[in-house]
Ligand binder design. Sequence first.
Ligand code: AMP
Length: 216
Amino acid sequence: MRLIFLGPPGAGKGTQARIIEERFGARQISTGDLLREHRARKSELGSQAEGFMQRGELVPDALIISMIESELDAHAGTGFVMDGFPRTIAQAEAFDALLTRKGWALDGVVLFDADRTTLTQRLTSRWTNPRNGRTYNTLSNPPRVIGIDDEDGGPLVQREDDKPETVATRLDVYEAQTKPLVAYYRAQGVLIEIDGLAPVSDVTSALIAAVQKRGE
Ligand code: AMP
């Protein structure tokens, strides 16, 4: 299975990508998680990306595209769910070229719809397990004990870019730079639109049904 998850930050792409990875073995490739790993191990890419990420801006296309190329080379053969990539037309065009070179077709591009007010609420109440990227939401999906992961019992943290000012920038950046991809993929006939605000299990069922229908 080869999918792209498209949509604003906080629309549920990461949660659904982890579910699809567990059920279908298609690897979640989250450019945000990969960049956070680079920063944690203080690689050159990590330090190049740091300022952009702290401000809620996009990391330059060339850095992202080469990171994706090496990620796909390292894991050739398995399917994928792209979570947070591509985010600009230049990234989408580079990814199309890469897919053509590899002879891979996409099974779909899933657009997660959500309104700005709900996204802002969701992001500012989001808590993450930094060890594996699992997320909770203190409003809609709280952990059993506040601040503690249900499964590994370790501490949860709030992402630095989930602060209200940075959230506003990230949503503006989505509108300006990423939203044009909706028309781009609609024109390719691969776009699948789903309601990102439905309960998690309903979103999963809707997206699996839509991807399977496209494949028929
Ligand atoms: P995310 O976890 O997907 O919200 O990404 C966190 C941050 O990483 C974003 O605000 C950007 O600064 C950076 N980032 C992640 N993916 C990309 C991408 N495809 N292109 C540019 N910047 C990205």
